[in-house]
Design a protein around this ligand. Structure first.
Ligand SMILES: [Zn+2]
Length: 65
């Protein structure tokens, strides 16, 4: 049986809905953000750029491909 080959772009970018672990606020974060993203409510660091892909510090609720 032939396997379907699916090629994903190496730098696939997507939007993530994350939930702040401090206050529970949900907001949208770009996966390849070029700057720090802080919670709009309490200011906790949610995501940080690492020169390619962002590190997400809060829990990911859902992803928008
Ligand atoms: Zn917060």
């Amino acid at each position: 049986m032939k396997k379907e080959r699916i090629t994903l772009p190496r730098q696939k970018s997507l939007y993530l809905q994350v939930q702040c672990q401090e206050c529970g606020n949900k907001q949208i974060v770009y996966s390849h953000t070029t700057s720090e993203v802080k919670c709009k409510i309490c200011g906790t660091l949610i995501a940080k750029n690492t020169g390619g892909k962002a590190i997400i510090y809060s829990s990911i609720v859902r992803r928008f491909d």
